[in-house]
Write a protein that binds this ligand. Structure first.
Ligand code: AP5
Ligand code: MG
Length: 214
């Protein structure tokens, strides 16, 4: 099962991927998480990545290509969820080339639809657990009460100015990537404004029907 979750910032890609990973034993390849780990390592590459991410800009295509291809290789090419890649048309072309070279294809492509105004409200109330990296929302997905509040942080790119920038870049550079997939037989649009559980159910149903077809 090779899954691609596509959608704007705050669409719920990470939240849904975390649930699917537990249910279907897939590797979660989140390019945002990979980049945040590179930043935390204190490397030169991390410092470069941080200068883009904190301002809501995309990191250079070539940097993310290598990191993603290595992650797919580590996952054994077969059981993974891509969350946050591809995000430019160039990245989509590279992914196609990479999959073709390994004689595989995406088995499930899900596009989560969420309008901008919902995204702003979601991201401004998102909290990230420093250790588990679990995502919460103060209203819709509240952290368990026994969690130490000092361990809950806000991402630097969830500040209002960075959110606006990320949305603008999404519309300009990432949205066109969807055209790459709309004719794919395994592509499905899902209303991402529904509850966490309803979205999970819709993705799960699509995954089951594609698994049966495989
Ligand atoms: P990344 O970390 O991937 O950020 P993003 O795509 O902007 O998406 P988010 O993680 O903000 O949102 P999400 O869709 O995962 O939503 P979540 O589940 O958290 O990337 C960060 C940065 O890294 C990029 O800006 C870029 O700089 C760089 N980068 C990454 N990949 C790159 C690439 N390929 N090329 C170049 N640069 C790259 O949900 C959001 C909130 O809503 C949470 O609080 C959650 O609890 C809540 N929520 C989720 N679902 C629901 C629901 N159904 N109802 C109510 N609330 C919900
Ligand atoms: Mg995410």
């Amino acid at each position: 099962m090779r899954v691609l979750l596509f959608g704007p910032p705050g669409a719920g890609k990470g939240t849904q991927a975390s649930l699917l990973v537990k249910k279907y034993q897939l590797a979660h390849i989140s390019t945002g998480n990979i980049l945040r780990e590179v930043i935390a390592s204190g490397s030169d590459m991390g410092a470069i990545a941080k200068s883009y991410i904190d301002h809501g800009k995309l990191v250079p295509d070539a940097m993310i290509r290598t990191l993603t291809e290595e992650a797919i290789e580590q996952a054994g090419y077969n059981r993974f969820i891509l969350d946050g890649y591809p995000r430019t048309v160039e990245q989509a072309q590279w992914l196609k080339l990479f999959l073709d070279n390994h004689e595989i294809d995406l088995s499930v492509i899900v596009s989560l639809k969420v309008p901008d105004e919902v995204i702003v409200s979601r991201l401004s109330k998102r909290r990230l657990h420093k250790i588990t990296k679990e995502n919460y929302h103060l209203e819709f997905n509240p952290p368990p009460q026994d969690i130490d509040p000092d361990l809950l942080t806000q991402r630097p790119d969830d500040r209002a100015e960075a959110i606006r920038k990320r949305l603008a870049i999404y519309h300009k550079k990432t949205k066109p990537v969807e055209d790459f997939y709309t004719d794919h037989p395994n592509y499905l649009r899902i209303d991402g404004t529904k509850s966490l559980e309803e979205v999970q159910e819709a993705i799960g149903a699509h995954m089951m029907s594609e698994a049966e077809a495989e």
